[in-house]
Design a protein around this ligand. Structure first.
Ligand code: SR1
Ligand code: MG
Length: 406
């Protein structure tokens, strides 16, 4: 019989007390359920006296955002926890520490990051983060390189890929990113003011071809252990620190998918900023930072990836002249395509982003959506032919829908 049941706060506190050497024996512990995502319960347990805390995350057997009619495997809790442990090993300063777990209850007990802010919230409020690009570029480079055939034993990699077979969560991505937006799917969710733009996506056969190729790559190219959902809601941040959380969508897929997730969410915020910035000067500063970050995230990824490749590559042919450059060009092209796909899904698909949807001014919210669709489409169509990251920022800067020139 399964031991699984959703935890009560009392049970969460009991589990927290059992973590070795963490809370003092008689500590007065408080517990708050703070899960605001689509899929899980999240308990924050703190010592009322000194504020020391930890997090217990529990997977629910269905997608919270839809309800019990959308069942999801609880094994994703194990997948998330194992991915966190691997990523923490590869980038210890950039991933929270796991203190414990219980596979039957589908829980992971981990470091409390409540002194950090969710990056999406910070960006909406106009914050900029000077170390973000270096941190996330290094996280992506290390977590991808050392779990790929380049950086780990190729037989162990196959066994590891089997442990990260994640069909339920991959199906969410396959449907919500690479299917629904391109047809009249009941899963789609968009406002009437963008119906014309949404319906144009259903008829754009040039776009469909590129999305089909991106989808095929997502389905078949097990290059590295991806985070799988690396948007700005999966990143906790301060001016000094960046922590990547929530890898429950982890699986072996194409590297560009993770990088594209980061860039797409910077660009969604870029499209939304007219709705958040108090005046033109602030808007221009924030947008410059966002576009600079798009370029720097890629550059930091590339620099770190080349460095670990040159130091640690295990593949016998890795040092072949020209191979590294061709490999990185492929990752760049994939990144650009996935960036576009991840922008479009957040405007017309099931699950949106607060950056755009919570803009209070109707016109600015509408314009943000149109801009995101415009840039997203252009990136998907450009991806396969691109040769530099600057092509992405040029497309964003020049998009008519954001007040550009083209
Ligand atoms: C039903 S889950 C919807 C979305 O939330 C997650 O963060 C993923 O991005 C997923 O596509
Ligand atoms: Mg998540």
């Amino acid at each position: 019989m399964s031991l699984y049941h959703p935890l009560t706060s009392e049970e969460a506190v009991r589990l927290a007390r059992n973590v070795d050497d963490f809370f003092q024996e008689n500590a007065l512990l408080t517990c708050e359920e703070i899960g605001d995502g689509n899929l899980n319960l999240v308990f924050h347990i703190r010592d009322a006296k000194n504020g020391k805390g930890l997090i217990i995350k529990q997977a629910l057997p269905y997608a919270k955002v839809v309800g019990e009619s959308w069942p999801l495997s609880l094994d994703r809790a194990r997948i998330e926890r194992e991915a966190l442990q691997i990523q923490h090993q590869l980038a210890p300063d950039l991933v929270p520490e796991v203190y414990g777990y219980d596979n039957d209850l589908a829980i992971t007990i981990m470091e409390d990051l409540s002194d950090h802010t969710i990056m999406r919230r910070g960006l909406i409020e106009g914050q900029t983060y000077p170390l973000f690009a270096e941190h996330i570029g290094r996280f992506i480079a290390h977590s991808l390189f050392y779990t790929s055939d380049l950086g780990m034993n190729q037989q162990e990699k196959k066994l590891q890929a089997a442990r990260f077979t994640n069909p339920d969560l991959c199906k969410i991505t396959e449907d919500l990113i690479f299917d629904d937006p391109y047809r009249n799917s009941p899963n789609n969710s968009f406002t009437e003011d963008i119906r014309q733009e949404a319906e144009a996506l259903w008829e754009d056969h040039e776009l469909h071809l590129e999305v089909a190729l991106l989808r095929e790559k997502f389905l078949t190219h097990g290059e590295a252990l991806l985070h799988g959902d690396l948007h700005t809601g999966s990143i906790f941040i301060t001016q000094e620190s960046t922590k990547v959380i929530d890898p429950e969508f982890a699986f072996y897929g194409p590297m560009g998918f993770d990088i594209g997730a980061v860039l797409a969410n910077l660009l969604l915020n870029y499209c939304a900023q007219p709705g958040w910035s108090p005046d033109e000067n602030v808007l221009s500063e924030r947008r410059s930072w966002l576009l600079k970050s798009v370029e720097e995230v890629w550059q930091q990824f590339e620099t770190n990836f080349r460095k670990v490749w040159n130091q640690d590559a295990l593949d016998p042919l890795a040092k072949t002249p020209g191979y590294q450059d061709i490999y990185l060009q492929k990752v760049l092209r994939d990144t650009i395509g996935y960036t576009g796909a991840k922008m479009i899904r957040r405007i017309v698909g099931l699950s949106h982003v607060a950056d755009v949807d919570t803009i209070s001014d109707d016109t600015l919210r509408h314009e943000a959506k149109v801009a995101a669709l415009h840039i997203g489409k252009a990136l998907i169509k450009r991806g396969r032919y691109a040769s530099s990251i600057e092509e992405v920022t040029l497309i964003a800067r020049n998009a008519k829908a954001v007040g550009g020139e083209v």
